[in-house]
Structures are given as C-alpha cells and as structure tokens.
Design a protein around this ligand. Structure first.
Ligand code: F6R
Length: 596
C-alpha cells in the first residue's frame, strides 16, 4: 500500500538517480498505482514531478526518469487520505519547495498538526495526511535543528500513527534521510550507491546486501556512506545481510500478466514449499499440540487458507483451532494468554491488522507463529517461530501461488503433529504433478467458459467441509479482478436465504469433490438449478446437474483444495480479461494493506 524508494549515488557515481528510482517504482507498482512521482536534488535545487495514473503513464507525461541529480526519491500511491489527484500525489513539499517527502502509512494526528500549521500561516497544497511532514520538517530546519537528520528526528516525536518516510532537502544536496515507525523500510547497498525502499523488490537486482532500521531509527544515505541513528541521535551499528537472489526475478517471462504466470507456476511453488526445516516444523507442531488454544489470524486470501488449515488440524491431528479475521482480532482477544498459540498468516508480513493482533497477543503472553512469504518483513520480527512459504515473489496483486503454498505448509504442519510428515510430503509432490497437468488441460476450456459468462454480474460459489473456504476464495478472486459480484458460502447455507436471489442463468459454481461432501453438495446444486441457476461443477465426479463440468484430478480428500482453487483462479483471470479488466492492476486493491 504505497511504495517508496530513494537512491543516493555514492561519490564518483555517474548514475542518474531518478532513472534508478523509476526502475524501482516499476517493481513496487503492485503496492499501489493510482498516481506516482519523483523528486530529485541537483545543484542546490529540488525538482518534483508527479501525476495521476500508472507509473508508465505518469512517466510518459512527466519524464520522471529524466530528472538529473545524484539523489532522488519516488512514490507510487494507493490513495487513503484525499482523492486521486495530482496535488495529492507524492512527493509532497514544504511551502518553499525546498524539502520533499515520500511517505507510506498513516499520520493519525494529522488534523491537529495541520490546524496548528495553518494557524501559523502555512497553506496546504493537498488533502493528504503526509503533507504535514515536509511543513513540520521545514519549521524544524528554521527553528533550532538546521540539519535535515535532526529535523526529521524532532518531527517524529510529534507524529502519531505508523509510517515510513524519506525526506530530501535542496540545502543538503548530498543526502536523504529515512525513518520508520511500524511501517516497512529497508536499506539496500549497491555498488554505486545506496537505496531506501518499502521492500527489497525496490532494489533487488541492484543491491547485494541490505539492512533494516528498527522502529524509530533514522537512516542517513549520504554520498559519503550510510549511517543509522537511534531516536536520540546516537549512531548504531547495523548488521548487513545478503539480498535473497531468489527474490529478484520479477519478469512476466512472456506471459501477458503476472497473475497468469503465477497461477501456472503453482505446481513448482508447491514443490518449493516442501523445502522446510523439519526440526522447525516439529517444534511448531509441538507448540500447537501443547497449547490450550490455537488461533489463526489473517485477512483476505490468507484467511481463507487459514480456514482450510483449521480443518486440516482438526481432521489429521484432532486439534481444535479457530480463525479470527485480523481486523476483528482486537475485539476478540480477551481469552488470549500464554497458553495460546497465535498463527499469523500473511503473504506480505506487513498487513497492519495482522500486525496489530500479533502485538496484542504478544503482550498477553501468546506464542506467535508467523507464516510469511516475503523474506524480510515486520511479521518476521514479531514472531517466535517463522515458517516461510519459499515460493518467490508474488507480483500479481491478487494472491494466487501464495495461497496454495500456505495450504502446503498447513498440510505439512498437520501431519507433523502426528509424526507423518513424510507422508504429507509425498502427497504434496504427487499433488504438484497432477496440478501441473490439470492447469494446462483446463486453461482453454476455462477461457471459453469465461467468454460465455462475461456479461454476468453475479455468481455464487458453494462448497462444504474443507472446501467451503475454497468456495469463498473462488468468489474473492472473481470479485477482486473482474468486478463481478460473487459470494462464496457453505453449500448448506444456500437454502437459508440466498436461494431467493438465484435467477435464470445465474452462475452457481458448485465445488463437489468426490469426498464425504459430494452427495450433499450436489443436492444443493440441484436446488439452485431448480431456480434457474447455471451449475458449474468443479469435481472429479460427473453429475447430470452440471451445466459445465470443470473436471479435476482425484487426490487424497484433504488435498482437494490444492486442486480446486487454481481452476477457480484461472476462471476469474479469464473473466477479467474477457471483461476488459487488467488482472494485474485491480481497482482499489493493494497487495500490502499497511493501513487499518
Ligand atoms: C486477495 C488479496 C488480499 C490479501 C490480504 C492479506 O487476492 O490479495 O485479500 O490476501 O490483503 O494479505 P497478506 O497475506 O499479505 O496479509
């Protein structure tokens, strides 16, 4: 949710900083893309260019990469405070236009700060919370803190909320200053300069090592080198770690969209999730078994995966657990204590609601297990145990391969609890092989089906047991990228109200694997068909009720979600394309939701 990047060329570097920043912005675009901008410092002057649109559109209008100078900062926005306008795009400046800031996060007390500044005669150019920062920095620069780094530290003492920002000043043309409080910011060390970025993708192919400032620490990227300071201005040593090279590859590899590439990559992703440390899995399994209560917390697709995880733990290990939506966790945490294991599931490891819940649970003494994909993220720092998905960067905004990877981790954990990890791995290996065949055989027919359905505005997805969450995930994919109103629900609930909405020709996707739920779900599909529903059966078992049959492979019953969700992702993908939507840039959706 908003991406920030800065590049500071080292002494002797001839690189144009704005070009590096533009390159980084393209890699961060998945964090938000309603507007973009760059500020560069050169010869004591600050130049800002920004506009509304995707990065390439803004670059075509404003030639962002052509700005000269050794120091530049950039931003790709996902609007929170203030509409999508050029004035609200970042970077924001102070009144003199000599200080510029890019920011990710929310300044919660921006209204009183804005009122205070306005009472001093400051005129605001935007509706954003961010704009208070450059004005406050400017005030500090003129009022006892003439150095940018000191001014930034003084301003942080006045800000409430969670944020990461980077500031530059025309009066200090050899440096930029970054700080983070609750939001991500990482430093990358390249051969000819240093980077600040919202995540490692900003500079992945350019930097060999990286470091992360702690909350409240200030980092100065100067042409002469990089320094970290604590909140009191004392220098701190930072350990550098290597940038994970597996995380640098973000090409579409000839596919029209990242989403399609990532859907088809899932068999390989499944195999990568098997690269787990057995001792770690066993430790976590033991913690879960010992705990008095086990609570998953997650949002969106990760929450759907957790719902499946809950069934797996119950079926395989007879261990009860619950899933609490991360945004509701705070209202539901009274019973969390030191006998609780909280499993926080987050692809990005940055989702604000997940992190809030985790911090609350930690205070109550709970043991935190983080399940993440992004290698360096805030959730890793907050967790007692971390299990990584190892499936590489997911660039498509809609989660796809990380979902099946999360399922793989839960499958392995459930079987680790009963000392049958080896069996789980064999199932997953075989599953990956079958999924590969399935995806390639179904792709064409799913495209045709999407063409037939392209004008539908509503769809229902039904499933039972472990696959009720499969139905929810199928519906979520359809909603978020093709803007079709889709609802997923337990099939048994259909007759408690929703049947009233089934009309002639309405698509009803019935998840009917050949397991204990098959007969009952087919029964619900018959009820929907009787009201005119067009039944799209996703199953390994044929039935007369299906108007369309998406035939999947037979696998062990608990592995069905791994086989069922990818065809539903493909259906949503083709629907988006047939309806003229860009699946990689869904409207109003950001990949990392770092605000509450
Ligand atoms: C759906 C989607 C979102 C995320 C949700 C949680 O395709 O991308 O619903 O699943 O924002 O994100 P993470 O897993 O990063 O916490």
């Amino acid at each position: 949710m908003c991406g920030i990047i800065g590049f500071c060329g080292m002494e002797g570097s001839t690189e144009r900083a704005a070009a590096r920043v533009l390159e980084g912005l393209r890699r961060l675009e998945y964090r938000g893309y309603d507007s973009a901008g760059v500020a560069a410092v050169c010869d004591g002057a600050l130049v800002v260019r920004k506009d509304v649109g995707h990065i390439d559109e803004v670059d075509a209008l404003q030639h962002l990469g052509a700005l000269v100078g050794d120091i530049a900062i950039g931003h790709t926005r996902w609007a929170t405070h203030g509409g999508v306008t050029q004035a609200n795009a970042h970077p924001h400046t102070d009144a003199s236009g000599r200080v510029a800031v890019v920011h990710n996060g929310i300044i919660e007390n921006y209204l009183p700060l804005r009122a205070e500044l306005e009472s001093q005669g400051v005129v605001f150019a935007s509706e954003t919370d961010t704009e208070v920062i450059p004005h406050l920095i400017s005030a500090q620069l003129h009022n006892g803190h003439p150095a940018l780094e000191d001014a930034v530290r003084a301003v942080c003492a006045r800000l409430e909320g969670s944020y990461a920002f980077v500031a530059v000043s025309a009066d200090e043309p050899d440096r930029m200053v970054g700080v983070r409080q609750g939001n991500p910011l990482v430093v990358g060390f390249g051969e000819d300069g240093a980077y600040l970025g919202s995540d490692v993708l900003a500079f992945a192919s350019k930097a060999r090592t990286m470091a992360t400032p702690d909350n409240g620490e200030v980092v100065v990227l100067a042409r002469s080198g990089v320094r970290f300071m604590d909140g009191e201005g004392r220098e701190v040593e930072k350990e550098r770690r290597p940038v994970d090279v597996g995380w640098t590859e973000t090409d579409r590899n000839g596919y029209p969209h990242f989403m399609l590439k990532e859907i088809l990559e899932q068999p390989e992703a499944l195999l990568h999730t098997l690269e787990q440390d057995d001792a770690l899995l066993m430790d976590v399994a033991v913690e879960i078994l010992r705990a008095r209560q086990v609570v998953f917390t997650a949002c969106g697709t990760s929450r759907h995966a957790a719902l499946i995880g809950r069934y797996l733990f119950s079926h395989v290990a007879k261990k009860f657990s619950d899933v609490v939506m991360a945004s509701e966790f705070g209202y539901f945490s009274d019973s969390i204590d030191r006998h609780t294991v909280v499993i926080a599931v987050s692809q990005s490891g940055e989702t604000a609601d997940v992190l809030d819940g985790v911090r609350l649970a930690k205070e109550a003494g709970a043991h935190i297990v983080g399940i993440v994909n992004r290698p360096s993220c805030l959730l890793v720092d907050e967790s007692d145990h971390v299990i990584r998905l190892n499936c590489g960067p997911e660039v498509g905004v809609a989660a796809t391969k990380t979902f099946v990877s999360q399922l793989s981790v839960f499958y392995q954990l459930a079987f680790a609890m009963v000392n049958r990890l080896g069996e789980a791995r064999c199932d997953l290996q075989e599953g990956a092989h079958r999924l590969d065949i399935l995806l390639h055989s179904l792709n064409g027919s799913l495209q045709e089906l999407a063409w037939e359905l392209r004008e539908k505005e509503h769809a229902y997805y039904i499933g039972r047991g472990i696959n009720f969450a499969t139905a929810m995930e199928g519906a979520l994919k359809m909603k978020e990228i093709s803007y079709v109103h889709a609802e997923g629900m337990p099939a048994g609930e259909l007759k408690h109200g929703t049947l009233a909405l089934i009309e002639e020709g309405m698509p009803v996707v019935a998840i009917c694997p050949g397991d204990e739920t098959h007969e009952a779900t087919v029964g619900n599909a018959i009820e929907a068909k009787a009201r005119g529903g067009r039944i799209i059966g996703v199953s390994d078992v044929e039935s007369e009720v299906y108007d369309d049959w998406l035939r999947i492979s037979r696998v062990p019953p608990l592995l069905y979600p791994v086989m069922l969700v990818p065809p539903l992702q493909l259906l949503a993908y083709h629907m988006a394309v047939e309806r003229g939507c860009d699946p990689d840039r869904p409207r109003n959706l950001a990949k990392s939701v770092t605000v509450r």
